[in-house]
Design a protein around this ligand. Structure first.
Ligand code: ADP
Length: 554
């Protein structure tokens, strides 16, 4: 398709891929079809890895997660119309989580505009609420400029998704390569410092704090601020609380992590927010969970975020690593080190009490198993450097408190939207980005079902993924016996005792079915030792006590 007679003539599809490559984008997820297939074909010969997925939803989730892990956009390739609509799922998810990615779709030929062409639709209009940039180049020569802008804009300032739609006649359009100009690769995002006056105001709040707390969010993970985050925690000795995906920026087993004492920790009088928003996950920064006089020190790269829901005591607008370094310079000058034994001791005491309570739940050897009993063994087989994917309402909420993270960007979960169905796309992205790591996806049975066909893509690429399904026969909870008339069953119930593990066998992976706690640990060990995709389908008590209504917990 691409060989159009030599003599330096290439087609638009190849220009798209060369443009991406020249901007440092070397990873693309997608689903091929008319007219975009030549773009996927052009990937291999231009050094861009193309991962063919089974649904654009999972492909777009994968591109967003890859962007988060890599700190640069990955591409998602979709056909127009229905492909674009499916891909919108990942665009929305990347938008709300502030992850870079570039969505590339085909669209109708220019001269078929408004004629009811094949899969034509209002593409930019559909995508625009969720993207930082969208555009449709008018000629093959303009493609490199659009791609450069889409890549640059996705990582400058607050990261986010961008969109370029390419008309079918440009994808197949021929051009003398010598006529093309590829803009240089975008320079790394500029890093800005915070206003020094505000830095001093923040430092004075920290100096006078009796109960200071640091909250580490996934913005710190994206910003690659793990070194500075650890430095400020260790030098100041201020205890820290990670948000769900902030877990691992500082290892969960750090002595200053007081995650198990979250409720008490939120009673802090000064809270330093490192890359976390005061949204629903943080109870909007006010109300009974907080001290009414709490002073927030908010650091963010997005000025529009500063002051959302609560007016911070001080707002530090700038790049996280740089601003933490500014704070550290002043704190060092003041020789600051937290000396409030009462605060730290009470937090540590609460941690101990809560850990003892939790351990008691983990230790209940009973069949059918509880969530906690399953997570005890999962925790014990997780490699320290694995990437943990987690989704499903109870599976994710309960799992978060038991399954540890030790490295930045090592946890991928339902995120700011609580999006279910992201797991398989995320796991595939993680396995491609980290080919030497074990990827462990801990999935509720309902969450897994959104994208279970993506196991085919995982097997086809021979990815080192272990999917552990926590199967309670339903959404939130299921039934042991489904009533004879299916319409009498609660809407939360799914097929009882479904053998999801057989899907792995169908594609060349390996499936395991676990019914009892006695089988669990040896089975998990065997599954984890394999490098082909594995699925361990673990049955638990169908109406196992979960937290159906309580997603407001970190
Ligand atoms: P969490 O879900 O962990 O609470 P959020 O996604 O709500 O985290 O918040 C992350 C915040 O981090 C966003 O407001 C985003 O603008 C911010 N952020 C992202 N990159 C940087 C950076 N380099 N410097 C400072 N803030 C950043």
């Amino acid at each position: 398709i691409l060989d159009v007679g030599g003599k330096g003539v290439i087609i638009g599809a190849e220009v798209v891929v060369k443009s991406l490559k020249s901007q440092g984008v070397d990873l693309m997820f997608g689903v091929v079809g008319i007219p975009i297939t030549p773009i996927a074909i052009a990937c291999r010969r231009n050094g861009v890895k193309y991962i063919g997925m089974r649904n654009e939803q999972a492909a777009s989730y994968a591109a967003g997660a890859a962007g988060y892990m890599l700190g640069k956009p990955a591409a998602c390739l979709v056909v127009s119309g229905p492909g674009l609509i499916h891909g919108l799922a990942g665009i929305g998810n990347a938008w709300v989580n502030n992850w870079p990615m570039i969505l590339i779709s085909g669209c109708e030929e220019f001269n078929q505009d408004q004629m009811g062409a094949f899969q034509a639709g209002p593409q930019e209009k559909t995508v625009n609420p969720f993207v930082k940039f969208s555009g449709r180049p008018a000629s093959v020569e303009r493609i490199p400029y659009f791609i450069e802008k889409a890549c640059r804009v996705s990582v400058y300032g607050r990261p986010g998704p961008t969109f370029v739609s390419i008309a079918a006649n440009l994808i197949s359009g021929q051009i003398q390569e010598s006529k093309l100009v590829y803009p240089p690769q975008y320079a790394p995002p500029p890093r800005s410092l915070a206003d020094p006056v505000f830095v001093e105001k923040a430092v004075s709040a920290i100096l006078s704090a009796k109960r200071p707390l640091i909250i580490v969010g996934k913005g710190a993970a994206y910003a690659r601020a793990e070194h500075e985050s650890l430095q400020i925690v260790e030098e100041t000795q201020i205890p820290f609380l990670p948000t769900p995906m902030g877990k691992g920026v500082i290892p969960d087993d750090h002595p200053l992590s007081i995650a198990p004492a979250r409720s008490l920790a939120l009673k802090a009088d000064v809270i330093l927010l490192l890359g976390a928003r005061l949204n629903w996950q943080m109870h909007y920064g006010s109300g009974v969970r907080f001290d009414p006089h709490v002073k927030f020190i908010q650091i963010d790269i997005c000025p529009e975020e500063l002051g959302n829901n609560v007016q911070p005591y001080v707002a530090l607008f700038g790049d996280l690593s740089s601003v933490i370094s500014q704070l550290l310079t002043s704190l060092r000058r003041e020789k600051y080190r937290l000396n409030q034994p009462q605060w730290t001791d009470s937090l540590k005491a609460r941690v101990q009490v809560n850990v003892i309570k939790q351990n008691a739940k983990l230790a209940v050897d009973k069949n059918p198993m509880s969530y906690e009993r399953v997570f005890k063994d999962v925790r014990d087989v997780l490699p320290r450097d694995c990437i943990l994917v987690s989704e499903g309402a109870n599976t994710m909420d309960i799992g978060r408190t038991i399954l540890p993270n030790f490295e930045a960007r090592s946890r991928l979960d339902a995120g700011t939207w609580g999006t279910m169905g992201v797991g398989m796309g995320f796991a595939i992205a993680a396995a491609i980005v980290h080919p030497n790591k074990k990827i462990v996806a801990v999935e509720g049975d309902s969450a897994f079902g959104f994208s279970s066909a993506e196991l085919e893509a995982a097997c086809r690429h021979n990815l080192n993924i272990c999917v552990i399904i926590i199967n309670n026969n339903g959404v939130y909870r299921g039934e042991t016996n489904v009533p004879p008339d299916i319409y009498d069953a609660p809407p939360t119930s799914l097929t009882a005792n479904a053998h999801y593990e057989l899907i792995a066998d169908a594609f060349g992976g390996k499936g395991f079915f676990v019914n009892t706690y006695q089988e669990l640990l040896p089975t998990l060990k065997e599954a984890m030792s394999l490098t082909v995709p594995t699925v361990v389908n673990v049955m638990i008590l169908p109406n196992s006590e979960g937290r159906e209504a309580d997603h407001s917990k970190l």
